[in-house]
Design a protein around this ligand. Structure first.
Ligand SMILES: [Zn+2]
Ligand SMILES: [Zn+2]
Length: 186
C-alpha cells in the first residue's frame, strides 16, 4: 500500500486527534479550549487555517467523535459508511499539489474550509484509502485495557496489538509473567 507523506501526516493527525479524548476518561479532554485547538493545529502543521473560534472547537470535537467511531468499526462496510458520511458533510475539492518540494499528491479540503472540514476531508480520505486497500483492520485501538489509544498498525503482518509495544505491550507481558509465576508458586 502506497502511503504518501500527506497520508502519513493525516494518519498521525487523526490518531492524535482521537487520542485527545481518552476512551476510559470522558472528563479528561486534550482539547479543552480554543488555545489547545490552536496548539494542535500548529503542532500538526495543518495548513490554511484562519483564526479559530469556539465554533471551530465544538466542530472539531464533533468530528473527533466520528473518527473514534471509525477506529471502532467492526468491519470495512461500517467504516465505509461512516467515512462516506464524514467526507460528504465536509465537502471536498481534490487538487494536485507539489508544495514544499514533495512529489505530486492530492489535497482534498476545499479552499477556505474550516479546520473541522479540513480534517474531515483529508483525514477522512486517508482512512478511505485503507478501506480501498482492504486494510481497514489496521485502524485499531490498543489492547491494553487501561490504554485503548487509537493507532494505525503499519507493521508488515498487521500484528501490532498495542499503541506502543515498548510501554503497553511490555507492561502487559510483565503482568502476565508475574501472574504465571504466582500460579506456579501457588
Ligand atoms: Zn500536501
Ligand atoms: Zn496502549
Amino acid at each position: 500500500m502506497l502511503i504518501t507523506h500527506d497520508t502519513r501526516c493525516a494518519l498521525d493527525t487523526v490518531v492524535d486527534l482521537v487520542n485527545t479524548a481518552p476512551e476510559d476518561d470522558p472528563v479528561a479532554d486534550g482539547l479543552p479550549d480554543v488555545a489547545a485547538l490552536a496548539d494542535f493545529v500548529r503542532s500538526h502543521a495543518i495548513s490554511d487555517v484562519g483564526a479559530l473560534s469556539e465554533f471551530d472547537l465544538s466542530a472539531v470535537r464533533k468530528i473527533r467523535g466520528r473518527f473514534a467511531g471509525i477506529f471502532a468499526a467492526p468491519d470495512a462496510r461500517s467504516a465505509a459508511g461512516m467515512i462516506n458520511e464524514l467526507v460528504a458533510a465536509a465537502g471536498t475539492t481534490p487538487r494536485l499539489t507539489d508544495h514544499d518540494d514533495y512529489d505530486w499528491h492530492v489535497h482534498y479540503f476545499a479552499p477556505g474550509a474550516s479546520v473541522a472540514d479540513h480534517l474531515a476531508a483529508d483525514c477522512g480520505m486517508a482512512l478511505a484509502f485503507f478501506v480501498v486497500a482492504g486494510e481497514q483492520e489496521r485502524l485499531r485501538r490498543c489492547e491494553a485495557p487501561d490504554c485503548r489509544r487509537a493507532f494505525v498498525d503499519l507493521s508488515r503482518n498487521r500484528s501490532r496489538r498495542y499503541c506502543d509495544s515498548r510501554t503497553c505491550g511490555n507492561r502487559l507481558h510483565v503482568a502476565a509473567y508475574r501472574a504465571r509465576r504466582k500460579e506456579a508458586a501457588g
